[in-house]
Ligand binder design. Structure first.
Ligand code: HEC
Length: 528
């Protein structure tokens, strides 16, 4: 409930629409999403740059391996001895040093020595460093550094290659290393250390400076930041705009619906007024009649009393003659005086009855929930509507015994009135309207049946819709039944209809005997 607020006009507008600060939540969510995307893109750029660098290192490793294997397959190769290329003191071989027939000194270069020599050239040329190492080096200088030791230990466990970034004194280095397994061609020189084919003799590590890779990553990060920033702002602006438009629409619509409801309730009001007007006309007619003859009776009584007063006067003065008495037909006067008085009293009784019926019908004095006698309500409603009914229909009352029913009696009377008026309108020339009532354990019911023209199922499906009417223009707003439907629904009851074209219609109103509590129930006038 808290998420909704009510507009001044009574329409509920969700708080998220009404108060823009809730939209900041969306902005936050969008920001988090963009942040995630940015993070994953940076991560991917870094991974890609590193993967490219590692692939480079791997290729370099393969090249070196190729040359080493070529060397090894020849059991070592001979090169001329120079200042730079001195005989290898660690190589124990019977023909390590040779002399050509023309006196040039040659020395055998084993793969490890060759690797070292190529490595020195490569480092000065490209900045990449590769190094041979072993956990059990023949040459002490071939001992591993910390990172290489970890890698070599991992290779003994079956690892195929190792990569990593190591921060050192000359900055961060990207490192790559793969094992060198012992092959048959290695055994000439390494069998004496106890190696078997397949053992890990050592490894070759390739190291390169990480800085260039980081630069690639940084420029990638910059691009990602810019593209994400632009995306964030653009979507934010467009989204905000869209929400703003939606908000306006919502408000507009709420306003329109308010207007519609206002005019609908106005129409309902005028329907009520119209039926009150109709009622008043009927009642006026009913009252007019007796008031008319009471009035003329009073005229006649006045004439008689004047005659009698003048006769009495003459008697007192002793002027009365036989002729005066003969002029008055006393027998007739006696009867007529009685008749006139009785008739007038009856007329006034009728007026009194009509007024009391009107009072019961409208229940002006007790418009709230009460345990009401529905039958007496029906009787007075019939009396009030009598003027509408009497020329068009014979009314048959079959009212059963009813316990008190909890309801707003004036509203139920209005429903009965609507049904009666509807029944009269359904009758084309002259017919019968039967009003019944009764109850079972749970429900009290009132039935109004007519012998009118009936309805098709299509019409029957729509009769409770507001403004639906089959009456000619000006004859009804089409609100009577919808009004009745609303009233009965507010009582937790229901209306049932059955009808046959050409035979008639029956409306049955069912009200719960022990149901609806009056809490929150509307009074007769707030009920639309
Ligand atoms: C011609 C002899 C010879 C052949 C063939 C040979 N090596 Fe060597 N290897 C040596 C000598 C001598 C060293 C000693 C250190 C040096 O020269 O740097 C050595 C050193 C190494 C080292 C460096 C660690 C250390 O012990 O100092 C590795 C690793 C290595 N050899 C692997 C191999 C592999 C694998 C093969 C086969 C593909 C192979 N070697 C074939 C002679 C040979």
């Amino acid at each position: 409930m808290d998420a909704f607020v009510t507009s001044a006009s009574g329409r509920t507008i969700p708080r998220v629409v009404r108060e823009r600060r809730w939209w900041l939540l969306l902005v936050l969510a969008w920001g988090v999403a963009v942040g995630f995307s940015l993070n994953s893109q940076i991560e991917q750029t870094r991974r890609q740059a590193t993967a490219v660098a590692i692939e480079g290192a791997r290729n370099m490793f393969r090249m070196v391996l190729l040359t080493r294997n070529w060397n090894s397959s020849h059991g070592g190769v001979y090169v001329p001895v120079t200042e730079h290329t001195q005989p290898n003191p660690y190589l124990e071989h019977p023909r390590r040093d040779l002399m050509t027939t023309d006196g040039v000194a040659l020395t055998m270069i084993n793969p490890a020595y060759m690797t070292r020599l190529i490595g020195e050239t490569a480092e000065s040329a490209s900045g990449a460093i590769f190094r041979l190492s072993s956990l059990r080096p023949i040459r002490p200088g071939n001992g591993p550094d910390d990172w290489e030791r970890q890698a070599l230990l991992a290779f003994e466990q079956g690892e195929k290659e190792m990569t990593g970034v190591e921060r050192g004194p000359q900055g961060a280095m990207l490192r790559y290393m793969a094992p060198l397994p012992v092959k048959r061609s290695c055994m000439d020189c390494h069998a004496k250390q106890g190696y078997q084919i397949g053992d890990v003799r050592g490894g070759l590590s390739v190291s390169q400076r990480y800085e260039p890779i980081e630069e690639v990553v940084h420029s990638g990060v910059r691009k990602a930041l810019i593209s994400h920033g632009i995306g964030f702002v653009l979507v934010l602006a467009a989204g905000w705009l869209l929400l703003e438009i939606l908000r306006r629409r919502w408000f507009d619509l709420a306003g329109k619906v308010d207007e519609l409801e206002a005019s609908q309730s106005q129409l309902l009001q005028s329907e009520k007024m119209a039926s009150i007007g109709q009622l008043a006309a009927g009642v006026a007619h009913e009252i007019n009649n007796p008031v008319g003859f009471v009035n003329s009776n009073l005229g006649a009584l006045k004439k008689y009393s004047e005659q009698m007063v003048s006769l009495l006067e003459r008697c007192r003065n002793g002027q009365a003659s036989e002729a005066d008495f003969a002029a008055i037909d006393f027998d007739y006067l006696k009867d007529d005086l009685g008749d006139l008085l009785n008739e007038s009293r009856e007329g006034l009784e009728r007026v009194k009855k009509i007024v009391s019926d009107l009072k019961t019908y409208s229940r002006v004095d007790e418009s709230a929930w009460q345990d009401a006698d529905l039958n007496s309500g029906i009787e007075s409603t019939l009396n009030v509507a009598w003027n509408e009914l009497k020329y068009k229909a014979d009314v048959i009352r079959e009212l059963g015994e009813l316990p008190p029913v909890p309801c707003v009696a004036a509203q139920i009377n209005q429903v009965v009135m609507n049904l009666l008026v509807n029944a009269v309108h359904a009758i084309e020339t002259h017919g019968t309207i039967t009003v019944r009532s009764g109850h079972d354990d749970a429900w009290a019911w009132i039935e109004v049946a007519d012998t009118g023209k009936g309805m098709t199922p299509a019409v029957m499906n729509r009769i409770f819709e507001p403004f639906y009417t089959t009456k000619p223009v000006g004859k009804g707003t089409g609100l009577g039944l919808s009004l009745s439907y609303d009233i009965v629904r507010k009582h937790d009851g229901r209306i049932e209809v059955s009808s046959e074209v050409g035979v008639g219609s029956t409306f049955r109103v069912l009200l719960p005997l022990h149901g609806k509590s009056p809490d929150g129930a509307a009074g007769p006038d707030s009920g639309r």
